[in-house]
Design a protein around this ligand. Structure first.
Ligand code: E4P
Length: 219
């Protein structure tokens, strides 16, 4: 299972990359705007930190413009994956860009049949948003399960990237459902490490050791 960071913040991306566990980064226009730097320059900076798929989203809404914008984003770096929204024009752009060899991440997916459209258009990645569905009392996890099942039924190569992840339980559940990738905010990535029994157990081990050897370092 791949872990992506869902942030455009370079400090968070650098901190996450230090673990060697970050396989990619997803951004969206809101996340880029938060950093206040032009899109191309910022995406290039992210590509310098993480050697993996880096999603950069188009901000136009007609297929013609999305195709031009997508080509230009793809030229930033070979690791760039162009993100197109799951609207009719976005699906047309996905079909065109994919046929040129540009990898497309189709975003803002909220139903399994939308995911089917993206796969048929040749998307490299589909991004179902689970947290935003949970927020309106629908099941984000059912969405992941249904997409994984449909793609398996027909052998679509499109990767399922669980997006809009809110906490560690989401990461566990999308893993069980068979998502290929989970993209998560840095604070969720940090939360994966945590368990009170780990901290309690380590404190007890070190205290027991110190009682006898009065030292904490090995060697
Ligand atoms: C996906 O790539 C999006 O950037 C993201 O997961 C949206 O998450 P949010 O619902 O927390 O904004």
């Amino acid at each position: 299972m791949k872990f992506f960071l869902d942030t455009a913040n370079l400090e968070e991306i650098r901190a996450g990359a230090e673990f060697g566990l970050v396989d990619g980064v997803t951004t969206n226009p809101s996340l880029i705007a938060k950093e206040g730097r032009p899109m191309h320059e910022h995406i290039r900076a992210i590509c310098d930190i993480v050697d993996g798929d880096i999603s950069a989203e188009v901000v136009s809404t007609t297929a013609r413009e999305m195709i031009l914008e997508g080509r230009s984003l793809a030229r930033i770096h070979p690791n760039v994956v162009v993100k197109c929204p799951l609207i009719p024009e976005g699906i047309k752009a996905t079909r065109a860009l994919s046929s040129e060899g540009v990898r497309v991440n189709v975003t803002l997916c909220f139903t399994p049949v939308q995911a089917l459209l993206a796969a048929k258009a040749g998307a490299y990645i589909i991004s179902p948003f689970i947290g935003r569905l949970d927020d309106i009392a629908a099941s984000g996890m059912d969405l992941i399960r249904h997409i994984v099942q449909i793609y398996r039924n027909y052998g679509y190569p499109t990767k399922v990237l669980a997006a809009s992840i809110r906490g560690p339980l989401h990461v566990l559940e999308v893993g069980l459902a068979g998502a290929h990738i989970a993209t998560m905010p840095y604070k969720v990535f940090q939360s994966l490490f945590k368990h009170p029994l780990t901290d309690k157990g380590l404190a007890a081990f070190l205290a027991d050791y110190q009682k006898v050897f009065q030292e904490t370092t090995v060697g």
